[in-house]
Design a protein around this ligand. Structure first.
Ligand SMILES: Cc1cc2nc3c(=O)[nH]c(=O)nc-3n(C[C@H](O)[C@H](O)[C@H](O)COP(=O)(O)OP(=O)(O)OC[C@H]3O[C@@H](n4cnc5c(N)ncnc54)[C@H](O)[C@@H]3O)c2cc1C
Length: 402
């Protein structure tokens, strides 16, 4: 018998999960509280391991058409304007069908997946439908959702919370979200200023600086014309409105351009709170968590959405194999594999990335830069670095877990 699944939240993780389930022949209801998919600047970096998965789901032509292929990953020292290391994903050509990153905004992935879901008879996508409650017994889950002021109840074999960091499903399931929130916030500025012309840098470039690190990314934009995102930390005592002020933005961006004024071409500004948290369990009976509902991390490394898509693919495979009346051991495989992988490959790596960028001690800074340069210069270490940063090492490790 075919299992029926309710997916709560149509961000990139919920959308990809719904598609993977539908392709496995399961019946899917996808509930999304918003009527319009949010397009604020969040994930843009899609790593080779995730591209392999999106390729398996038949999405690669569209991803390549709407994103920017980015072969290199740069690490710079900003005060001295020195390139410390340039990593080349092409060294992964024997490890992946996609030895490059694609810079593509997450709302584009959601949009293309929702369009695909329209062609499945057994998929029901409900925008403007917010999950507000659920109950479960040994054989099914009953979900309460609100849409247009009306309350409705839906039953299914499984419920999956892909409803983001503030997940209602996680809270209703009583699952703790262990970890902490960083005291600084991250400021994301989007500008049409061409940082590649200024720095001769790659589309994905990290700049260490003891005073204020910054990361630069190029994305295509909805118009395909190209634009840059600059991500900065705020200072600890900086009020949100001060960080978002024209003066603070001009000051921050001017440090990235000699004599030019990137703020004059500003397109967007947004401030984010940043957390390192992992749910104590990714499963409670017939209810699962995936993506930001299960884990959140700082965005240095571009790993949160990627890891969430890996969750989605794994969970779709578990539920497709398990069918409606699966036993505990079959269902728990998802939790016992995905949770430790998140801690090892996402939490540890993003915390280390942040430390490397913000290091203040001159001797430590020099040692970290020297190590990065030596890693890039050694072919074996160069490949190992990229296997880990691209989550191909996580995929390999997953295969070794029961
Ligand atoms: C500045 C920044 C840059 C980032 N860059 C990267 C990057 O380059 N690469 C990367 O991998 N990750 C990156 N991330 C992380 C990435 O944005 C998240 O990991 C990703 O959005 C998680 O996707 P999700 O689908 O789990 O959750 P979300 O994208 O948060 O989607 C959750 C969805 O659930 C809906 N929802 C919420 N509550 C309910 C409810 N009660 N009922 C129904 N629907 C509900 C919401 O409306 C939303 O559509 C970045 C994050 C930030 C802040």
């Amino acid at each position: 018998m075919t299992a029926k699944v309710i997916v709560a939240g149509a961000g990139p993780v919920g959308a990809v999960l719904a598609l993977a389930l539908a392709r496995g022949g399961l019946q899917v209801t996808l509930l999304e509280s918003e009527r319009v998919i949010e397009d604020s600047p969040r994930a843009a970096t899609v790593h080779p391991s995730t591209l392999d998965m999106l390729g398996d789901l038949g999405l690669m032509n569209e991803v390549l058409a709407r994103g920017l292929v980015c072969r290199y990953f740069d690490h710079w020292d900003r005060p001295s304007r020195t390139l410390i290391a340039r990593f080349d994903h092409d060294v992964l050509r024997d490890d992946t069908a996609h030895p490059f990153v694609v810079q593509i905004e997450q709302h584009k992935i959601v949009g293309m997946v929702l369009a695909r879901l329209g062609s499945f008879d057994d998929v029901d996508v409900r925008l403007g439908s917010r999950i507000t409650g659920f109950e479960q017994d040994v054989s099914r889950v009953t979900v309460t959702a609100e849409r247009d002021g009306e309350t409705e109840q839906l039953t299914a074999d499984y419920l999956i919370g892909t409803d983001g960091g503030r997940s209602t499903v996680r809270k209703l399931a009583g699952i703790e979200f262990e970890g902490y929130t960083w005291p600084e916030r991250f400021l994301v500025l989007t500008t049409a200023f061409d940082f590649q012309a200024e720095w001769d840098c790659s589309f994905r470039s990290y700049f260490a600086d003891p005073d204020e690190w910054v990361n630069l990314f190029k994305v295509a934009g909805d118009d395909g014309l190209g634009r840059w995102r600059a991500v900065f930390p705020t200072t600890l005592d900086e009020a949100d409105e001060d960080a978002l002020s024209d003066a603070a933005i001009a000051r921050r961006l001017s440090k990235l351009a000699l004599g030019a004024n990137p703020a004059a071409q500003l397109l967007h500004r947004k401030l984010y709170r940043v957390h390192q948290r992992v749910a104590t369990s990714f499963r409670a009976g017939r209810v699962f968590l995936a993506g930001d509902a299960a884990h959140v991390n700082n965005p240095i490394g571009g790993l949160g959405m990627n890891c969430g898509i890996h969750d989605a693919v794994e969970l779709a495979s578990v539920l497709t194999e398990a069918g409606p009346s699966a036993d505990h051991a079959a269902l728990d495989r998802y939790n016992t594999r995905r949770r430790p992988l998140n801690v090892e490959f996402i939490q540890q790596q993003t915390i280390a990335n942040k430390k490397r960028l913000e290091e203040k001690d001159p001797a430590q800074r020099q040692a970290r830069a020297a190590d990065l340069a030596a890693t890039a210069a050694d072919p074996r270490r160069h490949r190992q670095f990229l296997l880990r940063s691209s989550l191909l090492a996580s995929v390999a490790k997953a295969k070794t877990l029961a």
